[in-house]
Design a protein. Structure first.
Length: 316
């Protein structure tokens, strides 16, 4: 499998894929009111400081993650791009000094990256042609202590990485099960995705399962659902994606977002009181760049649109 077919497998539906390709060429920063948040528009990383109404541009890059203390940002930059592949570097940017440091060989493709809740590590996933799969690597923010902890061939795939609240383990899914592994790569737990409810559309590589950092019984997740008539007419009958909350105490899953809303990339605030995510609603379906960042409380109330952008990452 080459990198392009891998990305297609990981990607969204064909209609959404085309929309994303079109979208990245036509957006600027928006106004936002979250505290210590970074996000992207698909090509540029923005940082929104605490108590500021306007974001600042950090760099050209993608897949940004902010440190828990809000002092540094990790992100990917493309060093070389061909029809076959992209070669990227992992960069850590210090917001106070403005200094940037590349901490990963640029001759790789970065699929995912995320800062640990305690700030000790950055985890990232790279594509490796030698195994026709991906590897999970953890590294300290200064570039030391780099260690491979997992490769996707052990379970098939490692989609949608999320940290446990204590920073001692990671979660990912392979479209069949949700895995929890420790930082040595040991599998701690394997949970069938059917635990969270039957899904007639089947799991996708973009589905996210994010544990609440405070209450271990709560899990926010996305999965495919039937779209509204306008959604289906706009995107050729493709299913939509909605946000749900699973409560292990009651073994129930509850849909949190409206029927017209598409949801991707949910993340919890560190206090476990809000879920932030990327998505858009009916009025945005035909926009060149429809993606907004929202937040909602775990009871499905207080839905608020924050800014234009995608892939939110929060500091404490």
């Amino acid at each position: 499998m080459n990198i392009l077919s891998f990305l297609w497998k990981r990607g969204r539906s064909f209609a959404l894929f085309l929309l994303l390709v079109t979208a990245i060429f036509s957006v600027g920063p928006g106004v936002c009111h979250a505290n210590g948040m970074v996000y992207t528009d698909g090509k540029t990383v923005y940082f929104l400081p605490i108590q500021k109404a306007q974001p600042s541009e950090v760099a050209k890059g993608t897949r940004a993650s902010i440190s828990p203390d809000g002092k540094s940002i990790a992100y990917a930059i493309t060093k070389r791009s061909t029809d076959e592949r992209e070669e990227q570097a992992l960069v850590v940017y210090n917001l106070a000094t403005g200094k940037k440091k590349e901490i990963q060989d640029p001759k790789i493709f970065l699929c995912q990256l995320s800062w640990s809740p305690n700030g000790d590590y950055i985890v990232y996933e790279i594509w490796d042609d030698k195994i026709a799969g991906t590897r999970l690597i953890i590294v300290k923010p200064d570039g030391s202590g780099k260690k491979e902890i997992f490769d996707s061939n052990r379970v098939g795939s490692t989609f949608s990485l999320r940290w446990a609240g204590d920073g001692k383990s990671l979660y990912f899914q392979n479209m069949e099960d949700l895995y929890q592994i420790d930082l040595s790569g040991k599998i701690l737990k394997k949970t069938p995705l059917s635990t969270f409810g039957e899904n007639p559309y089947g799991a996708t590589s973009t589905d996210v399962y994010a544990p609440n950092p405070v209450n271990s019984k709560l899990l926010a997740f996305t999965r495919s659902v039937k779209g509204t008539k306008k959604f289906q007419d706009t995107f050729g009958g493709e299913p939509n994606s909605a946000l749900f909350l699973y409560d292990a105490a009651t073994k129930t899953s509850t849909r949190l977002t409206p029927e017209d809303m598409l949801v991707m990339d949910p993340v919890w605030s560190y206090d476990g009181k809000f879920i932030y995510f990327c998505g858009y609603r009916e009025e945005n379906y035909k926009e060149n760049y429809p993606f907004k960042i929202y937040r909602i409380t775990p009871d499905g109330k207080n839905l608020e649109m924050l800014c234009t952008g995608e892939s939110p990452s929060l500091s404490r």
